[in-house]
Design a protein around this ligand. Structure first.
Ligand SMILES: [Zn+2]
Ligand SMILES: [Zn+2]
Length: 400
């Protein structure tokens, strides 16, 4: 499929208005208009805007309903050696982002958020996507297209809220009244690496020691032997190799990491080679966390796994890791966009954010908790525990 760079107008008055806006915009943004290259997704039949239809391989026209199949990209998803990525960053450091966008449909110029890769034109709602290589960014390699439609995402969220025991009932009734409900592709880095770690430490093995003590039993001194568990430590050293595949690091900071990371697992095997058509009608973001920062985050999660492997290698009952040196071999990365439905709602003056995995429907987020329900539960649990204790002390103990 080809992207339409030509201006399409639905009627004459719109065309005139657009021309005026276009001229006005041109005088302001001439320097930019040559530089920013855009994808606009126009219907081949009527020229109106088209949008990506989740769970299909199609773009659908918002005006005439004409559907077009998205042609898969001919190349395979590849992972780039990390060193090459670092080198590219050195040659092409992040330049200030050009966030002036000139809509090819209505001619209006708008200022986007600095990290926006795709959005709708605020004047004519035409989907627009920037070229991902704009502003010296490392290239997006892959994308997991939205599989969940907006309606299905709303259903997932309603079900999730319904199952939040502590959520107030009034909130459960307001289902569907979300302040915001939009699809966003969030950038993530994935890292592969083969790690070799040399370590030294201690292996602890339990043994039983009997302590002889004198106690008073029935008014008389009596010698008793009590077993005590002790640990004998041995010096150990060794090497472990751990292979990592697709360690995922969120690269955007627009939604708290703790909320987004709970949307895992992602089925990355369903990713396709990146093509901007999947962005049509949806928002998407550039990375804010660069490759170097992201690799540090990945190393932290790899470190947890490496420690686990070392402890297993040491064996015994207890382990201490005293020194460790890790080499990362054959490290590669790729930049991937993952689909998230984002919603926020207000409840009693406070804003809550929730997200839905656009691939699996898994929900994560914040919600108000009813104090009444929490206090009620605490009272109930206390009553039950007291009741059980009472029953046990009166009837239960007799059976021993
Ligand atoms: Zn059409
Ligand atoms: Zn427009």
């Amino acid at each position: 499929m080809k992207f339409s760079f030509s201006k399409k107008f639905q009627n004459k008055s719109q065309k005139k208005q657009a021309q005026r806006q276009h001229q006005a915009a041109q005088s302001d943004t001439l320097a930019f208009s040559d530089k920013v290259s855009l994808h606009q997704f126009s219907c081949h039949q009527c020229g109106a805007a088209t949008e990506y239809l989740p769970s299909s391989q199609k773009l659908i026209c918002t005006s005439c309903g004409h559907e077009e199949v998205i042609q898969p990209v001919s190349h395979q998803i590849t992972e780039t050696p990390l060193e090459k990525g670092f080198k590219n960053l050195r040659i092409k450091p992040l330049s200030p982002i050009n966030n002036q966008v000139l809509c090819q449909n209505c001619g209006a110029s708008s200022t986007w958020d600095i990290d926006s890769l795709s959005d709708l034109c605020p004047y004519c709602q035409t989907p627009i996507a920037k070229l991902d290589t704009e502003n010296n960014r490392l290239q997006i390699e892959a994308i997991v297209p939205f599989a969940l439609s907006k309606n299905s995402a709303k259903k997932s969220l309603a079900k999730w809220l319904k199952n939040r025991w502590f959520a107030p009932n009034t909130l459960k009734q307001m289902q569907g009244h979300y302040k915001q409900f939009e699809g966003i592709y969030l950038p993530h880095w994935t890292f592969d690496s083969l790690t070799h770690s040399d370590y030294s430490g201690l292996r602890g093995e339990y043994y039983i020691e009997y302590i002889t003590q004198t106690r008073i039993v029935n008014g008389r001194p009596k010698t008793v032997r009590t077993p005590v568990t002790r640990t004998r430590w041995f010096r150990v050293a060794g090497q472990v190799r751990v292979m990592f595949d697709d360690i995922l690091v969120l690269a955007s900071m627009i939604i708290p990491k703790i909320i987004i990371n709970r949307l895992r697992p992602w089925h990355l095997s369903e990713a396709v080679a990146y093509t901007p058509e999947y962005l049509a009608g949806l928002k998407s973001k550039y990375y804010q966390l660069d490759l170097q920062q992201a690799f540090k985050v990945a190393q932290q999660s790899m470190n947890t796994e490496i420690n686990r492997a070392i402890r297993q290698d040491i064996g015994g009952d207890r382990q201490q890791i005293q020194h460790k040196k890790t080499r990362y071999q054959n490290s590669t990365y790729k930049l991937i966009l993952l689909p998230v439905w984002y919603s926020s709602f207000e409840y009693r003056g406070k804003r809550y954010q929730t997200v839905i995995n656009g691939q699996t429907g898994k929900v994560s987020g914040e919600y108000p908790k009813s104090h009444f329900k929490i206090i009620g539960t605490v009272i109930l649990v206390t009553l039950l525990t007291t009741g059980v204790f009472y029953w046990w002390s009166h009837y239960g103990s007799g059976t021993y």
